[in-house]
Structures are given as structure tokens and as C-alpha cells.
Ligand binder design. Structure first.
Ligand SMILES: [Zn+2]
Length: 224
């Protein structure tokens, strides 16, 4: 009996890719005009790999409340990035076309560390760009931008106006990320959390309280 394709997604792509979801469903992505027979032949050739992974997914512990599950998708700056497990003996996580991730089978046991490294790169990229934009808009000049791994300290501003942000923030919605950036930028002018400081934040971002509240409620979920 041939392997069952649970979902076939056609798009403007040149190759066929197989995705085993966390629930064991097989999702096949294929070029728009590729005949179904050809797709079935490709899938049939990968049968051993598919069955092995479907079994592994079933054996894996049920996903918790964490936003990350291999074979599923990862939150990134308000979007979700599909994570595909692909055959391969090298431990690699590839960021394909800035839109999806491919993790090799060999990389599965190291998924968390590889994904963290990827998140760090995304964080460095995004914070560098966004801080520069917002700093220019509010005429505040940070001396440097650093990325940390902090779990609850979302951002900080040193005495010398060097800003730091945890990579975990790129898992949060963009609006929340902007709040943290503006909060730290406001510290360039006011180094404490006085009423004057919060008035400054409010002048930069009138509805900041909702975003701050989101972090209090969901901050713990920003983890692998
Ligand atoms: Zn602060």
C-alpha cells in the first residue's frame, strides 16, 4: 500500500519537498505542473524515510505549551516559519529563502541549540535595523546593540547607552518588540523608571501599556 499523502500543496517551486508534521501527517509541496504520478513516484521512493519519521513523531512526547515543536512551525516577528525535517547526515539547520527552515535528521537531537542560533541571527538582524529606525525617529543615539539570552530581562540600556535585547523577543509580536525597543531608547534620556520615564515612553508610544501587559502574560512562552 502506498504512503498516504495527507496534503499536497502546489506552488511555484522547482522541487518536491516532504514534511512530516508533529502529528505524523505527510505534507507534500510540489511544483504547479508536476504530474501527480511523478509526485507519487518521488514519495514512494522516500517511503522508508517517511515511515521512520512518522513513527518517531508518534513516539515523541506530546507538544507542550511551548511555541516550538520540530516538524511544526516557529514564531518569528509576528509570522510563523515552517520547519521541515529533511534527510541528511550532517547537523544543519538551513534558512531557505528567508521563509522556511530545513533541519536535517542528524540535526534533530540538536534542534533546540540550532534553532536558538538561528533566532539569535534573526534577532541581531532585526534589532539592528529597527533600533536604527526608531532611534532616528526619536533622535536618540544608542552607542551599541547587543543580543542576550535573558529569559525575563527583555532589554537593557547601560550607563553608556549600549542597548541589549534578548533573542527571545523575536518570538513575540512586532508591536511588543517595538515597545521594548522604545522602552530602552527612552532610557538613553532617563535612566530610571520614574514617572518622568513612563511619560517619555507614553509620548513615544501612547498605547504602550497593552504591549507591556502582553509581555507580563506571555513572556514565559517565549522559549524553546
Ligand atoms: Zn526599563
Amino acid at each position: 500500500m502506498p504512503v498516504k499523502i495527507d496534503q499536497l500543496i502546489r506552488s511555484q517551486r522547482k522541487t518536491v519537498s516532504l514534511i512530516i508534521q508533529r502529528d505524523g501527517l505527510l505534507i507534500v509541496r510540489a511544483p504547479l505542473k508536476m504530474p501527480e504520478k511523478t509526485i507519487r513516484e518521488i514519495v514512494a521512493k522516500k517511503e522508508a524515510w517517511i515511515l521512520k519519521h512518522q513513527a518517531a513523531m508518534k513516539a515523541a512526547p506530546a507538544p507542550g505549551t511551548k511555541p516550538y515543536h520540530p516538524g511544526n512551525s516557529l514564531p518569528l516577528l509576528g509570522k510563523t516559519v515552517p520547519l521541515t525535517i529533511v534527510p541528511g547526515r550532517q547537523t544543519t539547520l538551513t534558512w531557505v529563502n528567508d521563509e522556511r527552515l530545513e533541519l536535517t535528521e542528524a540535526g534533530l537531537p540538536h534542534a533546540a541549540i540550532l534553532i536558538e542560533r538561528w533566532y539569535r541571527s534573526r534577532a541581531k538582524e532585526y534589532f539592528t535595523t529597527r533600533v536604527t529606525e526608531l532611534a532616528a525617529q526619536f533622535q536618540l543615539t544608542p552607542s551599541a546593540i547587543r543580543i542576550t539570552s535573558a529569559r525575563t530581562r527583555w532589554g537593557s540600556c547601560s550607563g553608556k547607552n549600549s542597548l541589549a535585547f534578548t533573542w527571545r523577543l523575536v518570538m513575540a509580536p512586532l508591536a511588543v518588540v517595538d515597545y521594548v525597543i522604545l522602552h530602552e531608547l527612552a532610557h538613553i534620556e532617563i535612566k530610571n523608571h520614574s514617572a518622568k520615564f513612563w511619560a517619555k515612553v507614553k509620548s513615544m508610544l501612547p498605547n504602550y501599556t497593552q504591549r507591556r501587559q502582553w509581555l507580563k502574560e506571555h513572556g514565559r512562552e517565549l522559549d524553546l
